[in-house]
Design a protein around this ligand. Structure first.
Ligand code: ATP
Length: 219
């Protein structure tokens, strides 16, 4: 079956089980939202898929091929929570380094075209984040892992990022996690919740209350 597929993910830190047989998958044309409380293991799961954290066990497949680390496939891009593009690069240099196939589309976005020669170190934190999110969405990989793409961004920019994801969705598969959960619900085709080390398929808001992610104001 084509797509990104990981199951039986098990990870302990200091003898504490964080992920306990977790499964998540994603196909081209799909946005999968990953929700969970602070410390539930969302970033750890994305890092395990990309290959920057070693799990105790996992079974990772990309387009039916067993792979050991996502980044080795060169077909998975990953936005970590921290800045990852060197600050001494200009916008154009960063794009030339990381984006080929969709470079033209990215160069046509207003934020990029208005700041082509500006260095990352001269941007605000939110502007830097915006650029890194855009580059991760528009880079060559078909599968995109986004860890908190909306954090640091003002509401208008959150909406802009959602539009870019929608635009690229026919060509790519996204797994996206953020605490702006309404934006995740808006943009996702499916929602997976991590809770107590396990994954749950979420159908509606009530499921999020049932699994203790949202408060139950009726109580
Ligand atoms: N390198 C590490 N060493 C020890 N414990 C770790 C390490 N990395 C993560 N943890 C622990 O694993 C748990 C899951 O962390 P993770 O960052 O995956 O959570 P998260 O769901 O992304 O949280 P948040 O929403 O707050 O970003 C946390 O309790 C964290 O303290």
């Amino acid at each position: 079956m084509p797509g990104l597929f990981i199951d039986s993910v098990t990870k302990q830190f200091n003898q504490q089980a964080i992920l306990n047989g977790v499964f998540i998958n994603c196909k081209i044309g799909e946005v999968v939202g990953l929700l969970g409380r602070n410390g539930s293991g969302k970033s750890t799961l994305l890092k395990i898929i990309f290959g920057t954290v070693n799990p105790d066990f996992k079974h990772l497949k990309l387009d039916d091929k067993l792979i050991s680390k996502g980044y080795l496939s060169k077909n998975i891009s990953y936005l970590p929570q921290d800045n990852f593009i060197p600050m001494n690069l200009s916008v154009l240099q960063a794009i030339e380094m990381l984006c080929n196939t969709h470079r033209k589309d990215l160069l046509n976005t207003s934020f990029v075209s208005n700041n082509l020669n500006k260095k990352l170190r001269d941007f605000s934190g939110g502007e830097c984040r915006l650029l890194e999110v855009l580059i991760t969405i528009y880079c060559d990989a078909e599968y995109v892992l986004l860890d908190e793409p909306f954090s640091q961004l003002a509401p208008l920019l959150v909406d802009e990022i959602k539009i870019h994801i929608e635009k690229m969705k026919s060509l790519k598969g996204f797994i996206i996690t953020d605490h702006y959960f309404q934006s995740i619900l808006d943009i996702s085709d499916r929602i997976i919740l991590l809770h107590n080390g396990c994954n749950y398929q979420i159908q509606n808001r009530d499921d999020l209350i049932l699994h203790g992610y949202l408060p139950d104001f009726k109580e």
